[in-house]
Write a protein that binds this ligand. Structure first.
Ligand code: FES
Length: 163
């Protein structure tokens, strides 16, 4: 692996993958979804501006806390396309992003605090289930862990996303 020189202004997809730690296939996916952009060289190779590293880091961190790509894309669309985003640009995005993060934090706290109790998933396996979810009544409201907010699901291995 060759370290990408600090003063490299444009990166190949391989360099972007190497420095960001994100697979080339994932970068192509992000690009297809409009989250990052590249220009094409005369030889039809992709070139990414160096600030793409920050965008990719933002995408990855946001994904890790369960924020959908569409929401991430909407946030990134607030950054300018035609130039490297400045601190002020990121500050604007950050201000708009705060509500999203607050919701995630609240959900994580609920997950931390509620996971030892009945979450209304229909398993009826805990002592607390007969009281919290008698005869799986919560299942009549819809699928998923009804006592967790599935719209804000952050751990898809635990929660079933709302339909
Ligand atoms: S924990 Fe699954 S229904 Fe109570």
């Amino acid at each position: 692996m060759t370290k990408v020189a600090w003063n490299t202004k444009e990166l190949t997809v391989g360099q972007l993958a190497e420095r960001s730690g994100v697979a080339v296939s994932a970068l192509h996916f992000y690009e297809a979804k409009g989250l990052i952009k590249s220009r094409r060289t005369a030889g039809n190779q992709r070139r990414y501006t160096r600030d793409s590293l920050r965008r990719v880091a933002f995408i990855r961190l946001s994904q890790r806390i369960g924020i959908p790509l569409k929401t991430i894309k909407d946030a990134l669309s607030q950054l300018p396309d035609e130039r490297t985003p400045t601190r002020e640009d990121w500050a604007r995005l950050s201000a708009a992003w705060r509500g999203e993060l607050d919701e995630r934090i609240e959900q994580l706290l609920r997950l931390r605090d509620d996971l030892t109790d009945c979450i209304g998933c229909g398993c009826l396996s805990l002592e607390s289930c007969p009281v919290a979810n008698p005869h799986d009544q919560l299942g009549e409201e819809g699928p998923g862990a009804r006592r967790l907010d599935t719209r804000l699901c952050v751990t898809q291995s635990v929660c079933v996303p709302a339909s």
